[in-house]
Design a protein around this ligand. Structure first.
Ligand SMILES: [Zn+2]
Length: 292
């Protein structure tokens, strides 16, 4: 009887081990990765339970669009406003965590696509936050005018620029390819007397329709991706995050929060995600080079 009792647990254990192994060897197609990241419209618009990730860093995004909050004694930094329609969800998450929306002093973004930065003008209007963006993304942001509102930019950032508030320093790394000014953010957080390196990947995804070969508008696009993979590989990372929560398996990690060690400390997960992305990138690059 005892052994029979244990059987479901053993089976569950074997199953999860084998699905993990399958995950490690799975080669994702671009379409699968794109869908994994952006999710359904419903996932984009559904609040994910806001939570502390580590140190002074919090999650305030939806099920498939990541937004991060950094709390400092001098106010809040928000990364990613997402769509205008998701701004009220982000605001609700900030307030559920006990912070004041009006304390958002700085607004940053992952890259100049609507699912991460369309809501910038609205957030600025509501909070008065200073909006900062990577110089190479400025033209794309200027073209982003929801409801005819011009995109606000108070400070133009350059590769390697620090953004500081209340003792927290974020560094903007130019990781182009996905957009010209795609930005990966790094910061150090303190938790339980230790210091951790956090990396928020801007994106190295190749969207369906991206032309990596013979692209007249962006002839350097493939080189941009290659450069970005190199930069990302070289960044020290204890806590991998990304512009979409699927990039760091939030749905799988969240239930483990508060039960033992912090699931977001996952340096191996960082390398695994880069492996997935880089493999998919080279597969599509080869395909396009062969003219398929
Ligand atoms: Zn994007």
């Amino acid at each position: 009887m005892r052994a029979l009792h244990l059987l479901p647990a053993i089976l569950a254990c074997c199953l999860s081990a084998s699905s993990l192994a399958a995950q490690g060897t799975k080669v994702w197609t671009l379409e699968e990765l794109f869908r994994r990241n952006v999710g359904t419209r419903e996932q984009q618009d559904t609040q994910f339970p806001p939570h502390k990730i580590i140190g002074n860093l919090y999650y305030v995004g939806t099920e498939s669009l990541a937004s991060f909050l950094i709390a400092t004694p001098d106010g809040l930094i928000l990364i990613n406003s997402d769509y205008e329609r998701t701004v009220p969800i982000i605001r609700s998450s900030v307030e559920k965590l006990g912070f004041r929306w009006s304390d958002v002093k700085i607004l940053l973004g992952s890259h100049a696509h609507a699912d991460h930065m369309q809501g910038d003008a609205m957030v600025k209007e509501l909070t008065g936050a200073r909006v900062m963006a990577m110089e190479q993304d400025v033209p794309a942001l200027h073209a982003m005018t929801p409801g005819n509102k011009p995109h606000p930019i108070d400070r133009i950032l350059h590769d390697g620029d620090p953004v500081t508030l209340g003792g927290t320093i974020l560094v903007a790394h130019l990781t182009p390819g996905h957009t010209r000014g795609c930005t990966t953010w790094t910061l150090k957080v303190q938790d339980g007397g230790k210091s951790y390196d956090v990396v928020i990947i801007g994106s190295v995804g190749v969207n369906p329709g991206f032309k990596l070969v013979n692209n007249p508008e962006i002839p350097q696009i493939a080189d941009e991706y290659l450069r970005s993979f190199k930069i990302l590989r070289a960044l020290p990372c204890d806590v991998p995050l990304g512009s979409h929560p699927a990039m760091y398996n939030l749905a799988e990690k969240y239930p483990r929060l508060g039960k033992g060690s912090n699931p977001f400390i996952d340096p191996a997960g960082y390398q695994a995600e880069l492996d997935i992305q880089e493999t998919a990138f080279h597969a599509i690059l080869d395909q396009q080079k062969q003219g398929n």
